[in-house]
Design a protein around this ligand. Structure first.
Ligand code: SAH
Length: 516
């Protein structure tokens, strides 16, 4: 489509993506991203942020890794102008702050020259993010009152350095060098040559604010050797100044219990939320790969028939959040609502199921002590089931325990399939890739997650899981794992996400240390 400048509504937002932690994107940046029709992004912008753009937005990677441009700058400028001319809302997502050593100024200049509308959304720059996540506050009245941001990689075609080393060395308290890893030796030499004490503390923070963050501390005199020994490469920020000493006291990000651990979460999409959030909050890098997905049953006949008879039902048994969701969605689809359960006793399996029920405006009458089918059975038997009509909507994979035992105890049980689980589409390749790249632990929240995971991995399962700490939500899941010959390293004390996270923390407690 060709449109003239005067009638086009295209706009380019130059958005700072922040240093890596997706939580450090600004609210304004997120607003722009949510409206984007085109997202042009590069290497240092966290790709997870792309999930916030509309699903049909065009995503164009123009990234560069150290000095290796995917698309030359002129072409990036031309691309932004072209897309905006088409009338598109374009988000140019750049790592850190767009205008700090990021060519945002150049891109904005070209847009202005071309007469395009643009906006600049600042971002948390890597220097601030990396230092602060390493526990280095950059200024502090007792240590330093000034801060300098410096490129450690000047334009190589320049004959004379434009950096005034003598002033930088002694005139500024804290110095942050960007893109300086290739020149670390020169940087430290120049600073010492121009009067900065060799014992001045220096920190090098690589992949700051991300689960891969690594921090190395030394002095101007020895940091270059230390970096070489540790083979620490870019991207990293070099922090020079007395303030670095505060890390010892203020270290927080890489002190969290699961920091540096890569943990596989195999829960179904839409359910992984709290487990992955909790693991992330404890510092781990979470690799999500749902091995199964929850889908409606092949047809609704069985469940519909049961719902048609709801007024006859004495007890409704709900043993999962999925059961609650599918039961009520179908109830609504049939033009009914919670009033149809008037007089029905409701038994749930645990607090999560009860909470899901509460969201529908209903209270659970029964919450067993043991949060599993056996617990529900014991509670029901205690309640008395002789002659009772029990409805138990469930998945096609649910064990028969409740049906057989309740029937044997004199109840009339109807157990329609309300939802099904199946192997998640495309999961096999992703799962294999995650395990090949290596994880420290793999979590399994149900027997079906185990079954599907092993099915997806096939014969390679033992080999791929050999070095992984296998973590289970409870004894049933553990039994399934063991039945398949897997050793269970971690088992939650109670079948809740919180308890699983706690068990993982205990397991890794002795070895948790993020520094090199
Ligand atoms: N506009 C960006 C900087 C781009 S220059 C910003 O404001 O952050 C690229 C340099 O930024 C890298 O060479 C490295 O020095 C630094 N950098 C970017 N992301 C980083 C991260 N997560 N951790 C440490 N340094 C990072």
């Amino acid at each position: 489509m060709v449109s003239t400048e005067s009638n086009c509504k295209g706009v380019v937002y130059l958005v700072g993506a922040g240093p890596g932690d997706p939580g450090l994107l600004t609210v304004r940046g997120l607003q722009c991203l949510r409206r984007a029709q085109v997202v042009v992004y590069d290497y240092l912008a966290n790709p997870r942020l792309l999930d916030d753009a509309p699903i049909d937005a065009e995503r164009i990677y123009v990234g560069k890794t150290a000095g290796h441009h995917h698309l030359p700058q002129e072409q990036i400028n031309a691309l932004l102008i072209e897309k905006a001319r088409e009338g598109k809302i374009v988000v140019r997502l750049k790592g850190g702050d767009p205008c700090l050593f990021g060519r945002g100024g150049e891109e904005a200049y070209e847009l202005a020259e071309a007469g395009m509308s643009f906006e600049i959304v600042p971002g948390v720059t890597a220097g601030f993010g990396a230092a602060i996540y390493a526990g280095i506050p950059l200024t502090h009245r007792d240590y330093t009152t000034s801060l300098g941001l410096i490129t450690g990689h000047e334009d190589p075609t320049k004959k004379v350095s434009s950096l005034d080393w003598s002033k930088l060395a002694t005139g500024v308290g804290t110095l942050l060098f960007y893109m300086g890893m290739g020149n670390l030796g020169t940087i430290t030499e120049k600073l010492m040559e121009h009067g900065r004490a060799p014992e001045t503390p220096v920190a090098v923070v690589r992949w700051g604010t991300t689960p891969r963050q690594q921090t190395l501390v030394g002095t101007l005199a020895d940091i270059t050797d230390r970096v070489q020994q540790a083979r620490l490469g870019p991207p990293a920020i070099i922090v020079v100044g007395e303030i670095v000493a505060l890390r010892e006291r203020l270290r927080w990000f890489d002190k969290r219990p699961l920091f540096g651990r890569r943990i596989l979460v195999t829960r179904a999409a839409g359910q992984a939320g709290s487990l992955s959030d909790g693991l992330q909050a404890a510092g781990s890098e979470v690799m999500c790969c749902p091995t199964l997905e929850i889908v409606p049953p092949p047809d609704w006949r069985e469940l519909d028939a049961a719902l048609g008879q709801l007024s006859r039902i004495d007890v409704l048994v709900l043993t999962s959040v999925n059961a609650v969701n599918y039961f009520f969605e179908r109830l609504f689809a049939l033009g009914l609502d919670g009033r149809a359960l008037h007089g029905t006793h409701i038994a749930t399996v645990g607090p999560k199921t009860a909470a899901a029920l509460q969201q529908r405006g209903l209270r659970a009458d029964m919450l067993p002590d043991k949060q599993c089918a056996e617990g529900v059975l014991a509670a029901l038997l205690e309640h008395g089931v002789v002659g009772k009509r029990i409805l138990y909507p469930r998945s096609q994979l649910a064990r028969d325990l409740l049906v057989t035992e309740l029937t044997a105890a004199g109840a009339e049980v109807s157990a329609p399939v309300a939802y099904q689980t199946r192997a998640a589409e495309g999961a096999a390749d992703r799962l294999r890739k995650i395990l090949e790249e290596g994880v420290d632990a793999a979590t399994f929240a149900s027997s079906s997650a185990v079954e599907y995971c092993l099915k997806l991995l096939g014969d390679d399962a033992p080999h791929l899981l050999a070095k992984v700490a296998v973590a289970s939500l409870g004894p049933l899941t553990s039994a399934t794992l063991r039945r398949h010959g897997l050793e269970v390293a971690v088992e939650a004390a109670a079948p809740t996400v919180e308890s699983l996270i706690e068990a993982l923390q205990l397991y890794f407690a002795s070895a948790a240390d993020g520094s090199l």
